[in-house]
Design a protein around this ligand. Sequence first.
Ligand code: FES
Ligand code: ZN
Length: 297
Amino acid sequence: MEKARQIFTPKILASTGMDVKKIVEKRVMEEIRKYPPFKRVLIALSGGKDSASLLHIIKNFLPDKDIVPVHLNLGIDGFSEKSEEFARMQAEESGLELTVFNLKKELGFTIMDAKKLYPKICSVCGGIKRYLLNKIAYESGVDIILTAHHLDDFLVRMLKSTLNAKVEELIRFKPYLPRNGNLIAKGRPFWKVSESLILRYASFESLSFITERCPIGMKKNIERLRRAIDILATNENQKNIYLLSLMKIAEKLEKTEVGMGKTQLRPCSSCGFLSSNVICSFCIRVKKIRSFIEERK
Ligand code: FES
Ligand code: ZN
């Protein structure tokens, strides 16, 4: 399994652990203060450094919030068990009880099963995770879901959408999405913080986290894009400048015909959560995966 990528830009190398701590906390809190008021917050804990750092910051800076840490156990051999262990440790270190949603127990299949039907598992897995986090948040009366997507994630996602001319995807990926009916508000307060900075933050704060990456979802083209971004942007500032440029493009496109003609959402006829189709992609996929498993018995 691949270790977490270690990318240290010259500027970051020059800064001390205390500088890193201040920068990360300041950037995250500045973002969160822009959100409408909220009380109950779901934090998606993967077991990794990013979500561990996010939980740590929220717990320390917003002690009055009602935090619901949630881990999705995807049933990936040799990876999910360890991820859950770390997520549990992180929640415990913050004095919180972890809610675990185990795909196998709750839905009857794992991501490994799903991969047999959907070889390009990454986006399918992402969709399943987004749906489940929203469902858990909705059913637990949560006001906002916070995820730990960072600057590098944003750059990769937005650059990929641009290179593939996927305008709708480019418009959709935002640092904050307000609540829309039964779709809970979503915040990504790490969007101005690079992965390397988070890694230094988590190490400086002595947080426990898993260093392995998901062994089945690693896409070669995504990894190539990450490397290309690291070559193009030699420091933290440059990454932020590129991301802001991509966001400007997205904002402009949102005001054009493509952006204005947003698909109307309606309740999925099977689960009731808002979707752009009669039956949402989660319900369709779950049905397909289950019958695929049945047929192979
Ligand atoms: Fe979803 Fe790896 S975490 S495919
Ligand atoms: Zn549905």
